[in-house]
Design a protein around this ligand. Structure first.
Ligand SMILES: Nc1ncnc2c1ncn2[C@@H]1O[C@H](COP(=O)(O)OP(=O)(O)OP(=O)(O)O)[C@@H](O)[C@H]1O
Length: 205
């Protein structure tokens, strides 16, 4: 599978954030999207995930035979973790996992125990998500994204709020991926170095 971006441009009022971005992303590969604060990494990441529309140009998700997925299928191909993608704060972790399974955002076989083992956290099962620490919430978001049965994984500043142990956990989980297409928007050297390819957004201004 591929993500094909063709002549993508994005303008907010008078500000061009991305100019003429064309790129082919392939399954089994990982890509770091880099650039200084405010350069447009998150904006471009959302467009590539088809969460928002470009001002000009287009993004297509392609099947192995290179035909495009139908627009209504695209959403089901993406798992996305970012500081601006919120968890449902009023749920406990157990309720959150059940809800995500119902939405098909997590596979049916994921249990609370399995999830906790995967994220290497044993938080209080009855605690509301809003009462978890910011690092724990971030790890939960990353766990949900990694465990989603989706071919395209998007991460925006994934190790924000994580301690060293949790960062190493995340790096290891990314290294274990082989068939998925991974895009990480980041300025962190360790996250950028995890990826096989590096794209500087400043080249598309
Ligand atoms: N909805 C919006 N309306 C107006 N301007 C926006 C909007 N979203 C983003 N911008 C502007 O687009 C530019 C790029 O923002 P973006 O968040 O994509 O950058 P970034 O590279 O991800 O930054 P950071 O590293 O700080 O997270 C900024 O000038 C920002 O203010």
């Amino acid at each position: 599978m591929k993500i094909l971006a063709e002549h993508v441009e994005k303008k907010f009022r008078q500000e061009w954030v991305v100019r003429s971005f064309s790129f082919e992303f392939e399954s089994g590969q990982s890509y770091a999207l880099t650039g200084p604060n405010g350069s447009g990494k998150s904006t471009l990441l959302r467009i590539l995930a088809q969460y928002s529309l470009p001002t000009k140009g287009k993004v297509n998700f392609l099947q192995d035979n290179l035909s495009s997925f139908e627009a209504e299928q695209c959403h089901s191909l993406v798992a996305y973790a970012a500081p601006y993608v919120e968890l449902i704060e009023e749920f406990t972790l157990s309720e959150l996992i059940s809800f995500l399974i119902q939405l098909k955002a997590l596979p049916a076989q994921i249990s609370l125990d399995l999830f906790q083992q995967y994220i290497e956290l044993q938080p209080d099962k009855n605690k509301f998500i809003k009462n978890y620490s910011s690092g724990m919430r971030q790890k939960i978001k990353l766990g949900i994204t990694l465990l989603a049965n989706k071919p395209f994984l998007f991460f925006d500043e994934p190790t924000t709020n994580l301690d060293e142990k949790a960062k190493k956990w995340f790096y290891q989980k990314i290294k274990e991926q082989s068939n998925r297409l991974i895009i990480i928007a980041s300025n962190e050297a360790a996250e950028i170095n995890l990826c096989q390819h590096r794209i500087s957004i400043l080249d598309f201004k």
